[in-house]
Write a protein that binds this ligand. Structure first.
Ligand code: HXC
Ligand code: NAP
Length: 299
């Protein structure tokens, strides 16, 4: 990404301090890059310390500025608390939080175990709430304003067949957004959410379109716009919602999907036609990707 990809004036985010969960990869990394280019100090967290270090280094090599990677598993409230102690000690209160970290995979719901449900819900539903809560307590105690964005999916409106734990968890965060937008508005803390359509990333494609690489789906005929999302499109929206000049926007969930869900798309309903063998093959590929990523975890 270059400054020309962004619709904002240079330095727009100067003085902003933003934490992006799952910011070492995929959409989180793109939003981190946009914030950095525009002058924010950026914190990224995830479970793979090496991935975070590499992303932070690459972004700072490209653009200068400050990106700090903190290895943290957001399923663990104490680890979140330690991470936020470190962030606050490093330069004061955050001004923005992006709840972006997630886990997901396609599966027939009848094939899920309780552990499989928890593997997703503990990251998305519980983890994102715990990060929000710990930040919120600090902002309220210090009387600081802040903007919180949660990265959802359009399944919060349409339902998400074959991705039920994700759809349920994201729907919970949608209600968190609506609820806290009201409860904490008097304290200067506002909440919005983004529901992206398909933006090809390694992490999502390995688990949602196993066997198809992200590059090969760039022309997505089924999307009303005939294409997938471009990363700067998402990053510009995130910057807009983070910046204090959009303060009156509160409690909204904004789709950025080329109109896919209005056209009845955006989910995995078509997988109704898959047979047992196709599900077994998908599961084997997904679990291979899970195993590869797990081997890199440092927390
Ligand atoms: C059925 C499965 C499965 C599958 C795993 N499990 N894959 N069950 N089908 N394909 C089961 C396992 O058998 C196990 O249950 C349980 O889930 C936990 O698996 P682990 O591998 O031990 O989990 P863990 O190491 O905690 O990893 C969590 C994870 C993993 C969610 C499974 O994928 C992960 O860490 N993901 C992070 C990155 C990610 O998912 N990115 C994509 C986000 S994309 P048993 O009972 O057998 O022990 C996204 C896009 C949305 O959200 C919108 C797109 C339009
Ligand atoms: P991704 O690259 O796999 O991003 C997920 C990130 O979350 C990873 O960096 C992962 O890092 C981190 N994470 C997972 N569990 C964590 C935990 N317990 N603690 C801390 N960090 C954790 O996939 P992506 O496509 O960019 O997805 C990013 C967000 O966009 C997700 O919320 C996803 O649901 C949403 N989304 C994506 C699309 C799309 O088309 N790509 C569409 C709609 C919504 P570690 O594994 O190192 O922890």
């Amino acid at each position: 990404m270059t400054p020309d990809d962004l619709m904002f004036k240079p330095g727009l985010m100067k003085g902003e301090r933003i934490l992006i969960t799952g910011g070492g990869t995929g959409l989180g990394k793109e939003m981190a890059e946009a914030c950095l280019i525009l002058g924010a100090e950026v914190y990224i967290c995830g479970r793979r310390g090496g991935v975070l270090d590499e992303t932070a280094r690459k972004l700072m090599d490209a653009h200068g500025g400050k990106v700090v990677g903190v290895a943290c598993d957001i399923r663990v409230p104490e680890a979140i608390h330690d991470m936020l102690d470190l962030v606050w000690a490093d330069g004061g209160a955050l001004t923005g939080l992006i709840n972006n970290a997630a886990g997901n995979f396609i599966s027939r719901t009848e094939d899920l175990s309780p552990r499989a449900f928890d593997a997703i819900a503990n990251i998305v539903f519980r983890g994102s709430f715990f990060v929000t809560l710990d930040c919120g307590k600090r902002w309220i105690a210090e009387g600081k304003k802040a903007s919180v964005i949660s990265i959802l999916t359009t399944w919060v409106w349409s339902g998400g067949p074959f991705t039920v734990p994700s759809a349920m968890s994201k729907a919970g965060l949608n209600v968190m957004t609506q609820s806290l937008a009201v409860e904490w508005a008097p304290k200067g803390i506002r909440f919005n959410a983004i529901a992206p359509g398909p933006f090809p990333t390694e992490g999502a494609w390995a688990r949602l379109s196993p066997g198809q690489d992200a590059e090969s789906t760039r022309d997505m005929g089924s999307n009303p716009m005939g294409r997938v999302g471009k990363m700067p499109e998402l990053a510009n929206l995130a910057v807009y919602l983070l910046h204090p000049m959009s303060e009156y926007v509160n409690g909204q969930t904004i789709a950025i999907d080329g109109g896919a869900w209005n056209a009845g798309g955006g989910g995995f309903a078509a997988l109704r036609s898959w047979d047992d063998q196709q599900w077994a093959d998908a599961r084997a590929m997904i679990q291979g990707a899970n195993q590869q990523d797990r081997a890199k975890r440092t927390v």
